[in-house]
Design a protein around this ligand. Structure first.
Ligand SMILES: NC(=O)c1ccc[n+]([C@@H]2O[C@H](COP(=O)([O-])OP(=O)(O)OC[C@H]3O[C@@H](n4cnc5c(N)ncnc54)[C@H](OP(=O)(O)O)[C@@H]3O)[C@@H](O)[C@H]2O)c1
Length: 249
């Protein structure tokens, strides 16, 4: 790591130097993208006091060292809309109270207008944007909506239409802007119908499978996310970063 990056990383981490020690207890929590990065960081922290339903696709071994009778791992390719049977069965057997939606991919390596891979774009849309709707539809159809209290959608500043000053990234930006739209819509619709809060969060620059040179550890990111979930302020309908600062849609 060069000196400039080292200094940037130090300055970035200074913003998160305050320890966050909020705890969520005795809840049934469904976490997508639980097998890597931010989702895995959340699983490791939350499993101590909660029942965790960890959705993974390829990386079951990453979940191997979480030993707890309150831990269920469920395999599902969330981009395959016709193949959610494992999740549906788990929803039927449990009363999910909190969803933390972390699953996501960046998409193909080049996302310039000149070479957009439309099959990849559609798959990433299904995974990054539509999968939360599918999961909620299954909860709805199985009459389990009344148990659900909060939904956290991990988005990205790349999904902010107003903050876009660099262009490119058609696949990732489209998927995250769509997720933002869905997330905001849920915050209106589900709040009215069931009192469920939906919060859209940009986790920032986190070192994970997707962002190997990221600045913040996934453990620290998980601490700050848990702090937002436990906050006295509801944040329903907000698009915020880890420091609870509002982001423009
Ligand atoms: N890291 C950052 O700096 C950053 C910044 C902004 C936003 N985000 C967002 O934060 C979220 C978490 O990302 P991360 O950085 O923690 O990335 P990550 O380490 O790459 O984790 C991605 C997770 O998504 C799951 N996933 C990928 N494709 C899937 C599929 N088809 N079906 C089901 N699950 C699938 C992966 O499961 P398997 O490994 O089991 O396949 C993995 O658990 C993403 O939505 C990302 O866009 C991250």
């Amino acid at each position: 790591m060069g000196l400039r990056t080292f200094i940037k990383k130090k300055i970035y981490n200074l913003k998160f130097s305050k320890g966050k020690h909020s705890e969520i207890k005795n809840k049934t929590i469904l976490i997508t993208g639980a097998s890597s990065g931010i989702g895995l960081g959340l699983c490791k922290k939350l499993v101590k006091y909660n029942k965790i339903i960890a959705i993974y696709n390829k990386n079951l071994p990453n979940l191997g060292d979480i030993e707890n009778s309150n831990f269920i791992s469920v395999k599902c390719d969330l981009a395959d809309m016709d193949n959610y049977q494992n999740i549906e069965k788990t929803i039927l057997d449990n009363n999910v109270e909190l969803i933390i939606n972390c699953a996501g991919q960046f998409g193909s390596s080049s996302q310039l207008i000149s070479n957009i891979d439309f099959n990849n774009l559609i798959n990433i849309l299904k995974l990054n944007s539509l999968s939360i709707l599918k999961i909620l539809q299954l909860i709805y159809q199985n009459n389990k909506m009344n148990y659900l209290k909060k939904i956290i959608n991990l988005t990205s500043r790349a999904g902010s239409i107003e903050l876009n000053d660099k262009g490119n990234l058609y696949v990732y930006r489209t998927s995250k802007s769509t997720l933002n739209s869905i997330s905001k819509n849920l915050s209106v619709d589900l709040k009215k119908q069931f009192g469920i809060s939906t919060i859209t969060i940009d986790p920032g620059n986190v070192q994970t499978g997707m962002n190997q040179k990221g600045f913040l550890s996934s453990e620290k990111c998980a601490e700050y996310l848990i702090d937002i979930i436990c906050d006295n302020k509801d944040h329903n309908g907000a698009f915020i970063n880890l420091l609870k600062i509002k982001m423009p849609w």
